[in-house]
Design a binder for this molecule. Structure first.
Ligand code: NCD
Length: 360
């Protein structure tokens, strides 16, 4: 199914040359924001935030305001008709009719793609459950480009909740498309990187290793990406408590890192980075959050100017097959076409990327 709008659901919706153009424009905006102050005058951005957010929501909003546009939306679905039982399709249809671009964050994997299927304007995925977070990745790419001067040949350590962290999924997929990057996945066995992300990394010819030791990995890294344990995505409080506090970056551990290593974090921080680390010049997370505003200015501009179409569903509808992931949006919004890519006995859900092995 091809949509007439240029959506951003996954960075893979667009070629790497498109990402690079967007980053170059973000650097231009950074150099002289005043030049862009009226670029979106008369345009309206809708923000549908079904999940808590500080940085993503406010950086999108300030980005639009700094481009001269205006904003509508909700940050608590309980104050909207969602509380009366309205489905995602209807809310999206209506608000996209009021807006020139729609930004959606939702707790359910695949929700952004589902929204794009019915929207009457471009849709930007601002995080769909534990699945993807492409605009955080654009933020991360701009930070790396500005602070390390390159997106290639880097050794990248990702630490924490690699199973449920959507930011690390999108970041690995993106960085494996640039040459000669290496990954070190630092996590407990329970919170290891999902195999579909490892497959993507391998398919692009990048190497990765997995370790439970932050101390062992630290001396090898150009960049350490710390993440929070995603409490809200655990099946029980006990399961969360068993994982909490496994990895804490301290000033003592920072002594093991190279002098030019940078520490990034999508934030919010809970306690995985000691507050004293903030004073280390290698701590980049607050600056990173500011880069996020500039990259989102560039993204909004691009989406409003582009006439590109997006292929949202590439595979085939199998009405008799259900996605194996009980959290997938297709279980909640049951009118959605159950579309899968792949053939034979292996199918992949087009909303949440869960793989199914069929028995014959
Ligand atoms: C992240 C998110 O929402 O996935 N935050 C963000 O957007 N900057 C990370 C997190 O919540 O841990």
């Amino acid at each position: 199914m091809i949509s007439e709008f240029p959506h951003l659901i996954d960075l893979d919706d667009h070629p790497v040359s498109w990402w690079n153009g967007l980053l170059r424009q973000a650097q231009d905006i950074l150099r002289d924001p005043a030049l862009y102050a009226n670029s979106c005058r008369g345009k309206i951005m809708g923000t549908l935030f079904y999940e808590p957010s500080t940085r993503t929501q406010m950086s999108f909003q300030t980005a639009m305001l700094r481009l001269g546009g205006t904003i509508i939306g909700f940050d608590n679905p309980q104050t909207s008709s969602v509380a009366k039982g309205e489905n995602l399709k209807d809310t999206t249809k209506i608000v996209s009719g009021y807006s020139d671009v729609l930004v959606i964050r939702h707790p359910v994997p695949g929700a952004a793609k589902a929204a794009a299927l019915t929207a009457d304007c471009p849709v930007i995925n601002a995080g769909d459950g534990g699945h993807l977070h492409p605009t955080q990745t654009l933020t991360d790419l701009l930070t790396l480009k500005c602070e390390k001067g390159t997106l290639s040949g880097l050794t990248i350590g990702l630490c924490g909740d690699l199973l449920n962290g959507r930011t690390v999924h999108s970041l690995c997929k993106a960085m494996s498309k640039y040459p000669d990057n290496r990954f070190i996945f630092i996590s407990t066995r329970e919170l290891a990187m999902p195999s579909y992300i490892k497959d993507v990394v391998r398919a692009h010819g990048c190497t990765f290793e997995e370790t439970e030791s932050l101390e062992d990995a630290l001396p090898k890294l150009d960049m350490l990406y710390m993440t929070r344990i995603q409490r809200e995505r655990f099946p029980s409080e006990e399961a969360y408590l068993a994982q909490k506090d496994t990895y804490i970056l301290t000033t003592k551990k920072m002594k093991l890192a190279r002098p030019d290593m940078i520490v990034m974090h999508p934030l919010p921080r809970v306690d995985e980075i000691e507050v004293a680390v903030d004073d280390d010049p290698r701590a980049m997370y607050f600056k990173q959050a500011r880069y996020g505003m500039y990259v989102r200015m560039s993204l909004i501009l691009t989406m409003l100017q582009s006439t590109a179409k997006t292929e949202l569903l590439r595979g085939h509808v199998h009405s008799g097959i259900v996605c194996r992931d009980p959290r997938c949006i297709t279980h909640k919004e049951t009118y959605l076409p159950r579309s899968f890519t792949g053939t034979g006995t292996t199918l992949t859900c087009e909303y949440c990327d869960e793989r199914l092995l069929l028995e014959h």
